[in-house]
Design a binder for this molecule. Structure first.
Ligand code: F1P
Length: 349
């Protein structure tokens, strides 16, 4: 019975939690806009750990592409410990943490405060947490709080907040309205998905998983890799799509599933990588927006989002499929996905 695991319920609940999170954002939007207007910055440093570091990678790429502000992502530990971590002037620190209590992120914030007078914006699921108390502004997704160690709805809901922040920084009200399509798009996607994630998760002839994503999908490919490791103790790696040919594809064989988180701009070349990996014996799965005829490609599996959103907005839809795959693999291996081996939900040093 998979239903009794917290992780399963948390994965299933994402459409309604996304809606609650967007509603929460809208109620905070005017005070956020006031905060952004009075804060003077022209660069954003994005920090997080593990899952939230990978979200920081996606956030930085998206902020840089969709706004007139440059952004860069670091693991919180780098901002805390690396001596030449440069906190340039006129920088905003965007600190992402589900718990708001991870030591490295709190230390990175402290270092930022010691060497910079820039503002701190926190994205967290716990609006009363230490991080929230120490930030100048908080975007919170309390409805996305989880019992499980592995982040699923917390990650995608904080991602929704990041997307909404991008819309606010770009003064793009239409973008914010488009983000409201995502909850329903996920509900219809799940209906179309059927049991594909379960089929793949339970396929024990697969013993290695490679997630390929570029631009905003690179951080998501890393997150999919981490979910697969955390929940199912499986061999998993993540790369930029064309990087995979430069050595890591040496690990491809008949036991490999290569998953392409397809972009719009790079899709033709990304599909070529998947076709090459199929030649090497891998099974291939593509996540794409739509209009990708299976007949034109050698893909083994294809999941189309049909969201009507571009590559810089549909990212949250790519994760639930891969969360489900990891979950079903954990169950097939007799593991408890709520309690990953060796892990706790917060790393406190
Ligand atoms: C981050 C973290 C991750 C880990 C797992 C649990 O905590 O510990 O390092 O991958 O997802 O969460 P947080 O700072 O986001 O609370």
């Amino acid at each position: 019975m998979t239903e009794h695991y917290h992780t399963w319920q948390e994965i299933l609940s994402q459409p309604q939690v996304w809606l609650a999170t967007l509603r929460g954002f809208v109620s905070a939007q005017s005070t956020l806009e006031e905060f952004l207007d009075q804060a003077s910055f022209d660069h954003i440093l994005v920090a997080g750990c593990g899952s939230t570091h990978y979200l920081a990678q996606t956030a930085a790429t998206t902020l840089t592409h969709c706004t007139d502000i440059s952004a860069s992502a670091f693991p919180s530990s780098e901002l805390w410990l690396v001596s030449n971590a440069v906190f340039a002037d006129r920088t905003l620190l965007l600190a992402i943490s589900r718990s708001g209590t991870t030591t490295e992120t709190l230390r990175a914030l402290r270092r930022f405060r010691e060497s910079n007078d820039g503002p701190v914006l926190a994205v967290t699921c716990y609006p009363e947490s230490t991080l929230a108390q120490q930030a100048d502004f908080v975007l919170a997704a309390p409805a996305a709080q989880e019992q499980s160690v592995a982040q699923t709805r917390s990650f995608t809901s904080m991602f929704m907040l990041i997307q909404a922040l991008v819309a606010a920084l770009a003064h793009d009200e239409e973008k914010l309205e488009r983000l409201h399509r995502l909850p329903d798009a996920l509900t219809s996607l799940v209906r179309r998905l059927g049991d594909l994630p379960q089929q793949l998760g339970e396929n024990r002839s697969l013993d290695r998983f490679f997630f390929l994503g570029g631009g905003p999908f690179y951080g998501l490919a890393n997150e999919a890799m981490l979910k697969t490791k955390e929940m199912s103790l499986s061999y998993a790696e993540a790369y930029h799509p064309l990087e995979f040919r430069h050595g890591p594809m040496s690990m491809v064989n008949q036991g490999a599933l290569v998953v392409g988180l397809l972009s719009d701009a790079g899709r033709a070349e990304e599909l070529r990588v998947l076709a090459d990996m199929k030649e090497l014996g891998a099974s291939t799965l593509a996540l794409s927006e739509d209009d990708l005829s299976l007949a034109d490609s050698s893909l083994d599996y294809l999941v189309e989002m049909h969201s009507g959103l571009g590559e810089w907005e549909r990212g949250p839809l790519y994760l639930p499929i891969l969360q489900r795959l990891a979950y079903h693999r954990a169950i097939a291996k007799g593991l408890n996905p709520d309690q990953p081996h060796n892990l706790t939900s917060v790393v406190r040093l």
